[in-house]
Design a protein around this ligand. Structure first.
Ligand SMILES: [Fe+2]
Ligand SMILES: [Fe+2]
Length: 400
């Protein structure tokens, strides 16, 4: 079977996504094209993201109108972002007989050689590139020529089988559609009727939710020790203050703060068993230091037990222990609030870091990681490689 894969956040999936899938299906004579919504969206934006379950549901609703287009949940349950080569290698292992074409836009093609292990992608998949016919009449043919040049350059370096899929000029984006909806404008021209109804029914992308946290507070209090609960409340209001400072959604920050340690009531063995039971992957670092699992289990519980549907919040919980490169604003705020909340005592440079958090959050992150790494080394404890990776990322960032 010839399978096309179109990955993305699909927040929300709009007509252009489905038209692109359809165009790939026809041009490359594929049997099926899967939209593959990612589990964890790139966290560059400040706007409220729809949960992975909603995005998946919307893809399914939209695909009903397009024969040959289907939806895959293959990446949906990934809490941490993973690289395309990892997804494609796993997918190929499950579909060894099928021919896979990975679909991408021209902007991705331009960056392809800079991706993580592009040669591994080309081993398991062909590439289909959407190339816009033109930006305007004067541009006709230019983009196509550019794409052909880029393909030649890639093939010279690492080979690969590339095809071009000409598409109609359009600059429609999910961000614009979310903005239209949040402004109360009509976005029906850009979305399938069923997807638009789904969005309206659930009031997605409208930032008017004020979260009553009383019930969650009560149940968190029951599951945590007194000191951990005090810490949790500290993180909750420190995160609110940082959210005010950096202009992000205060309710999201409060909720993420309140739930960030919701799995801390479990001991290491319980966390480990929980992950095995619910098939949450355990990394080498987590095998060595199972207490790290409380972030991952916390994100899971936040979704399943506390009904959190916002992926930005789940992601912030899942990375709060080690941080990760290129965190969202909410990720950074929870990571920092966890360290500086008023009940914490004894950490070196705490006063300085607390002040820095409100001046320059990137610098505060670097200081926290420096002190954490020094603490771990001094005591001969195991260092999570993700902590070091995060440190390298933010050290580089403050230099630039
Ligand atoms: Fe924690
Ligand atoms: Fe914490």
């Amino acid at each position: 079977m010839k399978i096309g894969i179109l990955g993305g956040t699909f927040d929300p999936p709009h007509r252009l996504h489905f038209n692109m899938a359809k165009k790939a299906l026809e041009t490359l004579e594929l049997d099926i094209v899967y939209l593959m919504p990612c589990g964890t969206p790139p966290h560059k934006e400040k706007t409220r993201a729809a949960s992975r379950f909603y995005r998946y549901e919307m893809c399914n609703l939209g695909a009903l109108e397009y024969e040959g287009v289907s939806v895959s949940d293959f990446e949906l349950y990934q809490i941490l972002p993973n690289y395309s080569y990892q997804t494609l290698e796993r997918f190929k292992a499950l579909h060894p007989e099928d021919e896979i074409t990975f679909l991408m836009g021209q902007d991705s093609l331009d960056m392809f050689l800079k991706w993580r292990h592009p040669e591994k992608i080309l081993k398991v998949a062909k590439i289909g590139v959407f190339v816009r016919d033109r930006f305007n009449d004067a541009d006709a043919g230019k983009l196509l020529a550019q794409a052909n040049d880029t393909i030649k350059e890639i093939q010279k370096a690492i080979g690969g089988d590339f095809s071009i899929i000409p598409t109609i000029p359009s600059s429609l984006s999910s961000t614009e559609i979310r903005n239209m909806i949040s402004r109360g404008e009509d976005a029906s021209d850009f979305l399938s009727t069923k997807v638009y109804e789904f969005i309206k029914e659930r009031r997605l992308y409208i930032n008017d939710m004020s979260t009553d946290l009383t019930d969650i507070e009560k149940s968190i209090k029951k599951t945590l020790k007194k000191s951990r609960y005090r810490h949790t409340l500290g993180v909750c209001y420190t995160a609110s203050a940082l959210a005010m400072r950096y202009d992000i959604n205060i309710d999201d920050a409060r909720l993420a703060g309140l739930l960030h340690d919701c799995a801390k009531g479990m001991d290491d063995e319980e966390l480990y068993r929980f992950c095995k039971k619910h098939k949450l992957g355990i990394t080498d670092a987590e095998e060595k230091s199972p207490h790290l699992l409380h972030s991952k289990v916390g994100a899971y519980l936040a979704a399943k037990e506390y009904g959190v549907e916002n992926d930005s919040i789940l992601h912030a919980i899942s990375v709060h222990t080690t941080g990760c490169p290129d965190m969202s604003w909410l990720d950074m705020i929870i990571f920092v609030a966890d360290y500086i909340e008023p009940n914490r005592i004894g950490a070196p440079r705490l006063t300085e870091i607390r002040q820095m958090a409100f001046k320059d959050i990137y610098l505060a992150i670097v200081m926290i990681l420096e002190d954490t790494m020094a603490y771990v080394k001094e005591r001969g404890m195991y260092m999570d490689p993700l902590t070091e990776e995060t440190y390298r990322f933010y050290s580089e960032r403050i230099k630039n």
